[in-house]
Design a protein around this ligand. Structure first.
Ligand code: SF4
Length: 387
């Protein structure tokens, strides 16, 4: 089959344009309860070159602004996620089970078969023009990373920023990727018209741990450098030290090192978050652990004791170490997160984030990741509706 022109004119090999057997009807929007109806599905594009071994599943989403269910305890009500699945392939990723709602698996499929809402920019422009839209803060990076590898090819996040900026609509972005620096120009343009906030997720500076646990992400020192560049450019950028992994990145010296580097890079705040393991991710993570670090299995058994969360004392220790290091490094000029000081962060899922400035600025909080992020919520809610 001839190689057709892909999105934005890039050439892709289409080896099979049949629709995979995906359970799209489990992912609903507010109105139709079908986010990707069959008639709007779908082309399966097999990546070539640097995207070799990946597949991109193109869909036309009916809506791109998702409303978080009112019961969710996160400091934002609206999110955008242009991609589902994430090539960053973090072993602990809490968004993995969302792929299962689509009939894909939470392991290789999550990392390599990426759903791309190719009409996200156009849909957003239409939704922002609607008289029903009140201009609320929109959080990105609440499910998967908006600057994952696919973004270098599709430029959807860049287009979304451009549209949000032109509508003076406040927004925040959480990422692990230095690709965000590509978009410094549109971020600065948007920040002249509205509130723009950034957060980086940097769990450790330990290269060995990084390589082992986040194989598709840019190195942590490059992320620290990106934090510095964003803040110097005038885009406030905080850091989520997350997730802190037992036996891998939770040593006092390791936590102190990250907090100090964040302070030196001008991070507006830091929020440490201890690893938690919910069903689905738990089995995936512990299976990986038993293969790659069997020496740590007993520690995890002891830390979790069959629960999703570690004990509160461990979470507090992590917060205290990070807070003290950050305070020392900044001379108290910048604060660690309110969340970190008050109680261990528990609002964690998908793209592992936490409340950063949320207690004081809920409406404009930097991105957080909800225990039940919006697409997982959508799917769960829909499952409840349908079955
Ligand atoms: S934790 Fe974030 S960056 Fe890592 S795979 Fe999940 S969504 Fe991607």
């Amino acid at each position: 089959m001839a190689a057709p022109r892909g999105h934005r004119g890039q050439t892709v090999d289409v080896t099979d344009v049949k629709t995979p057997r995906l359970r799209w009807r489990l992912a609903s929007d507010e109105t139709s309860r079908t986010l990707f109806p069959p008639d709007q599905l779908m082309e399966r594009h097999v990546g070539v070159g640097e995207y070799r071994s990946m597949e991109f599943l193109h869909v036309n989403a009916r809506r791109v602004i998702n409303e978080v269910p009112a019961a969710s305890k996160v400091p934002f009500r609206f999110t955008i996620n242009a991609y589902r699945g994430c090539s960053h392939a973090c072993v602990y990723c809490f968004a993995r089970p969302t792929h299962e709602y689509l009939g894909l698996n939470l392991a290789e499929d999550f990392e390599r078969r990426i759903v791309v809402k190719v009409n996200a920019v156009e849909r957003l422009a239409a939704e922002l023009r609607s008289p029903n839209w009140k201009g609320d803060h929109i959080a990105m990076g609440t499910n998967t990373d908006p600057y994952q590898k696919a973004e270098a090819k599709y430029h959807l996040t860049r287009g979304i920023i451009d549209v949000l900026g032109s509508h003076a609509n406040p927004f925040s972005i959480l990422t692990k990727s230095t690709l965000v620096l590509r978009d410094l120009d549109v971020l600065l343009r948007a920040s002249e018209r509205t509130e723009v906030r950034m957060a980086f997720s940097i769990g450790t500076l330990d290269r060995e741990v990084w390589h082992l646990t986040e194989p598709g992400t840019p190195p942590p020192d490059k992320r620290i450098e990106a934090v510095r560049r964003l803040n110097e450019a005038g885009i406030p950028c905080s850091v989520l030290i997350a997730p802190v992994l037992p036996g891998l990145s939770d040593g006092d010296a390791q936590l102190t090192e990250v907090a100090q580097a964040c302070a030196a890079a001008g991070a507006t705040s830091v929020s440490p978050i201890a690893l938690h393991l919910r069903s689905g991710v738990r089995e995936h993570y512990l299976g990986w652990l038993s293969r790659r670090r069997p020496d740590l299995v007993a520690l995890y058994r002891d830390r979790f004791r069959g629960r999703a969360y570690q004990g509160e004392s461990e979470q507090r220790r992590i917060c205290e170490v990070v807070d003290a290091a950050f305070a020392r490094a900044t001379g108290g000029a910048r604060r660690p997160s309110e969340q970190g000081r008050r109680e261990p962060a528990r609002f964690t899922t998908g793209h592992e984030a936490a409340l950063t400035d949320a207690p004081r600025h809920a409406a404009s909080a930097i991105v957080a990741t909800a225990t039940r992020h919006e697409e997982r919520d959508d799917a769960q809610v829909t499952q409840q509706r349908l079955f």
